[in-house]
Ligand binder design. Sequence first.
Ligand code: ADP
Ligand code: MG
Length: 236
Amino acid sequence: MSDPAISLENVNLSLGSGEARTHILKDICLDVAKGETLALLGPSGSGKSTLLMTMAGLEAADSGTVHVAGRRIDTTGEDELARFRGGHIGVVFQAFHLIQTLTALENVAIPLELAGAPDAFPRASRMLAQVGLAAREKHYPSQMSGGEQQRVALARALVANPSILVADEPTGNLDQGVGAEIMELIFALNRAKGATLVLVTHDEALARRCHRIVRLRNGRIESDSAAVAERENVGV
Ligand code: ADP
Ligand code: MG
């Protein structure tokens, strides 16, 4: 694959300390192409969230290499990594993770303000309108429904035009109908921006809407639909 959006080579990662230290990710090799949508499936505890956070530079591998948008991030210092993340990677979590003391608009403006953008608020305002929340700018998270909060979180993730969006069970805390709306929005905005999407989900039907499905089991890649397609193409 030429110039992938994300490239992990032989990544191993352990979490916890002392007796509780656990080897979570085991020899992960994975390239995600630019513009690809990839669904990450696997049983609870198989390492999906940890793998996603490693791709986003929010967990550090013990060994192996991690490249994102052409940049090696596993050896990048924390301040520079934070800056890099802000401009290249958007993250959406199951539990929204909005700052409760800030309005919707302020939450969305954060990544731009951190990047020193002079037009943070007008841009945040336009992004909120794109997720259908123009009327909610001054609302605090506690004054919004779960679906609205996730829209704000999505706007925050995309406001800096990252080339990569990672989403960890973004509909896990939402009713089915609201979750489906959020997923439509994620797919539509991702397509409009030509971004790469890595989506952790339990939903097989949702996963099938992605270009590619990777299954994790016990910290290892158990199957990868791209590898299967490649074998079929060469007639093995
Ligand atoms: P998934 O998202 O697939 O449910 P996770 O990546 O959250 O899986 O977790 C993978 C494994 O790592 C689980 O077995 C979990 O218990 C373990 N784990 C997560 N965080 C820690 C930690 N801080 N210390 C030790 N083990 C952890
Ligand atoms: Mg998880």
